[in-house]
Design a protein. Structure first.
Length: 290
């Protein structure tokens, strides 16, 4: 059921108009750009989509729009997470399993739960979800690391099919790859480490930069998966400058600047996020123009 998770997924940004409303034309352009760029799947309402600043009604409308534009062309993964387990469970129950192929659920942020608390949180989600679950570990945002041991324990649950691992500690990634069940997917949540993770036995990436350079990034991951390491790394080395630019002043400010230069959408964000500095915007323009 989770075979589509092998390759490149992109964590879609949410384009906004100058007045802060959702730019649905920009959403359409972005979805089509990613599909035409041959990525394997799309992730809706992740961190990159500024989901924490969207109202429930906006989320509903945005989901409907993306589902319609995608029109079953690619698998869709929906971000459903939070630090109140009971609220997350209600949201998971509401997900339309006809529209989505899996959910991506982040380790609870701010509360800083123990490893047993993290396990029980996901176990509760697994009991109510009709869809496969991808765990998401991103300690730089949540303030709590889900250890390799907890990830591997959760991997034993029937509908927990993978982890998006953005721990920043490659040894932890390797521990999971080494001891994971055969069908459990290890998906990089770090664009710069995605290819090394794949060549170590990982399954792919849920990428930020992939929506700015879908052709190049998805081809790099496919080459890595097929064992053509030299060609794969030649693409990575070309992308390295813009990988740095994309995160230099935070995500999704960097990727929105890239998307603006590429003519996909404007670079408006919702406070407390702001666009990148003019100096960084110039570096991004120069990279894309070369």
């Amino acid at each position: 059921m989770s075979d589509f998770l092998r390759g490149t997924g992109v964590a879609l940004a949410t384009p906004f108009n100058k007045d802060g409303s959702i730019d649905y034309e920009g959403v359409t352009s972005l979805v089509n750009f990613c599909i035409e760029g041959s990525v394997e799947y799309l992730v809706v309402l992740g961190t990159t989509g500024e989901s924490v600043t969207l109202s429930k009604e906006e989320k509903k409308k945005l989901i409907g729009h993306i589902v319609a534009v995608n029109n079953k062309r690619l698998p869709l993964v929906l971000g459903v997470g939070g630090n109140n387990t009971s609220v997350v469970l209600e949201e998971v129950k509401e997900v339309n399993s006809d529209d989505f192929d899996a959910i991506l659920s982040v380790v609870p942020m701010y509360n800083k739960p123990s490893q047993e608390g993290v396990y029980e949180h996901y176990k509760a989600i697994s009991k109510v979800s009709r869809l496969p679950i991808i765990l998401y570990n991103v300690p730089s945002r949540t303030g709590a690391n889900m250890t390799a041991e907890t990830t591997l324990r959760l991997a034993q649950l029937d509908n927990v099919v993978g982890v998006k691992e953005a721990v920043g500690d490659f040894t932890q990634v390797l521990k999971i790859i080494k001891d994971k069940p055969v069908d459990f997917k290890v998906i990089s949540g770090d664009d710069a480490l995605a290819l090394p993770a794949v060549t170590a036995g990982g399954d792919g990436v849920i990428s930020v930069i992939g929506q700015g350079f879908p052709v190049e990034f998805s081809e790099m991951i496919r080459l890595g998966l097929s064992g053509d390491i030299k060609k794969a790394y030649s693409i990575l080395y070309k992308l390295m400058p813009v990988l740095d630019y994309a995160f230099e002043e935070g995500n999704p400010a960097g990727i929105k600047s890239i998307l603006k230069v590429r003519g996909i959408c404007d670079d408006h964000l919702r406070l407390p996020l702001i666009p990148v500095s003019s100096a960084l915007a110039e570096k991004i323009k120069a990279y894309i123009a070369q």
